[in-house]
Write a protein that binds this ligand. Structure first.
Ligand code: NAD
Ligand code: UDX
Length: 436
């Protein structure tokens, strides 16, 4: 079936490629002309495993096409899937202006007056569907022509295509059998492959997404809170969370203590959910604490660095990894930006390396007398006083640390993700410091 997707970012592009690979005819629209031209040429604007090869396949098969023409986008299908950004406003609420732009465009360019299903795939606060109906009404359009549905996306960056194609569940919030029928057709292949399709009312579907992201963030903060306790009582947080996670009711995922969560979703989605609570007159205090614990991890790492190195003036610190997690070049809300700024503010010099995220990070922190970028991890660490392992890329696990240590000025190793083997690092001559 035909589907129009708005927004060629992580969710829109991955969704477009994945749905096209399942046999649908997908038209991907974006306001960013450069991005659309790049995609038409078969090049991906983001780094994601397997994405480029699959993109080229679906372009070659004619299943995925691109457009900058809004009229063509609107006319293409009854399914209008909105995948644009919903970033945080200063006050923590979700900025829905990009969603509103799409809704406005669809309504204004629906010249044939065909019925359209406006699908919220972007993460939006619960109740946004009502807001969308208000926007439609305010454009003097007939509400009979539009129906809103919620179909939140749960993919993780770094494993985005895999997650989209192997979902734990597909959630569809609908208010009619028409919408339910369209989703059943869209996800028929997934259902046949055994992936659960969950139909709910629209508000519940919107809330599932907010609730799931905040719960995962809370789980990480719980592990990070335990890391603080572990440091006080000489326990090991990796063992503690392993022991907890073996309990099926708890589960081992998202219990990895470290520098805390970053990225374009958890920080903004938790903030937005807190604000949703406030608007409802509810105090979602658990989530406030989740953000506080998260911020504290970064400060705790800086404190550890200062207690080990003393005055950072003229000290040089290497950072292994800049992306907010492994497998992506995304640096949105990466803990690296906070740490680099904090270190530079304390007059330290930094040597930075990441296998794919340097171009994006350079847009925030330019090369200078105190900031140098490197193209190999081992080079980054030459002559430095300390290494911070920030992003747990696989390549950092297998470096020749004996050699790296011998080329350093001093021997501090801060494992911000608790990924290295402590005993082996000590054997290689490092003063190893983890997070809990
Ligand atoms: P993104 O910033 O990577 O991409 C958004 C795209 O929308 C950009 O290409 C932008 O040019 C385009 N755009 C802006 N205005 C537009 C308009 N009027 N019409 C068409 N295109 C327009 O965003 P993202 O990371 O893909 O996130 C999109 C949404 O999905 C957000 O709500 C996010 O919370 C949610 N989400 C993201 C992830 C993730 O891992 N990134 C996962 C699940 C859900
Ligand atoms: C997240 C959600 O997982 C996904 O379902 C949603 O659709 C988008 O937001 P993403 O931000 O891509 O995905 O990555 P994720 O793997 O969830 O990690 C988020 C952050 O938490 C990263 O900074 C990661 O390093 C951190 N994290 C994750 C931990 O600190 N500990 C963990 O145990 C897991």
């Amino acid at each position: 079936m035909n589907i129009t997707i708005y927004g060629a970012g992580y969710v829109g592009l991955i969704g477009a490629v994945a749905l096209a690979s399942k046999g649908h005819d997908v038209l991907l629209y974006d306001v960013d002309e450069f991005k659309i031209k790049q995609l038409e040429a078969g090049n991906t604007p983001i780094y994601e495993e397997d994405l480029e090869s699959m993109l080229r396949e679906v372009i070659a098969s004619g299943k995925l096409t691109f457009t900058l023409d809004i009229q063509q986008a609107v006319a293409y299908s009854p399914l209008q899937m909105i995948c644009v950004g919903t970033p945080s406003r200063e006050d923590g609420t979700a900025n829905l202006s990009y969603v509103q732009d799409v809704v406005r465009s669809v309504v204004r360019h629906n010249h044939k007056a065909e019925k359209k299903l406006l699908i919220e795939k972007s993460t939006v606060p619960v109740g946004t569907h009502k807001q969308i109906y208000h926007w439609i009404e305010s454009l003097d359009a007939s509400l009979d022509l539009y129906e809103v549905a919620s179909n939140p996306e749960f993919l993780r960056e770094g494993k985005a295509l895999y997650d989209f194609l192997h979902p734990d569940r597909i959630v569809c919030g609908v208010s009619s059998t028409w919408a339910q029928g369209l989703f059943s057709d869209l996800y028929k292949v997934f259902k046949e492959e055994g992936y659960p399709l969950l139909f709910t009312d629209i508000a519940s579907a919107e809330l599932i997404k907010q609730a799931a992201n905040s719960f995962l963030a809370m789980k990480i903060s719980y592990a990070n809170m335990l890391a603080e306790v572990c440091e006080q009582v000489d326990a090991n947080v990796v063992d503690v969370t392993k022991g907890m996670g073996l309990d099926k009711r708890i589960g081992k995922e998202f219990l990895q203590a470290g520098i805390g969560f970053g990225g374009s979703c958890f920080p903004k989605d938790v903030s937005a959910f807190i604000r949703t609570g406030e608007e409802l007159g509810l105090n979602l205090g658990l989530l406030r604490e989740t953000l506080l614990v998260n911020a504290r991890q970064r400060d705790r790492l800086i404190q550890k660095i200062v207690s080990a190195l003393g005055d950072l003036h003229d000290k040089t610190i290497a950072m292994f990894g800049l992306a907010f997690k492994a497998g992506t070049d995304d640096v949105r809300e990466t803990p690296a930006i906070y740490l680099v700024r904090e270190l530079l503010g304390r007059q330290a010099k930094v040597h930075l390396y990441d296998p794919v995220a340097i171009p994006n990070f350079q847009q925030m922190v330019k090369e200078s007398q105190n900031v140098r970028y490197f193209s190999h991890a081992a080079e980054t660490a030459k002559g430095v006083d300390a290494i911070i392992l920030l992003t747990p890329w696989d390549e950092f696990m297998t470096l020749d640390y004996d050699n790296i240590r011998s080329n350093m000025q001093d021997n501090h190793f801060f494992d911000a993700r608790n990924t290295m083997n402590k005993d082996q690092m000590k054997k290689a001559g490092f003063h190893y410091i983890g997070m809990g």
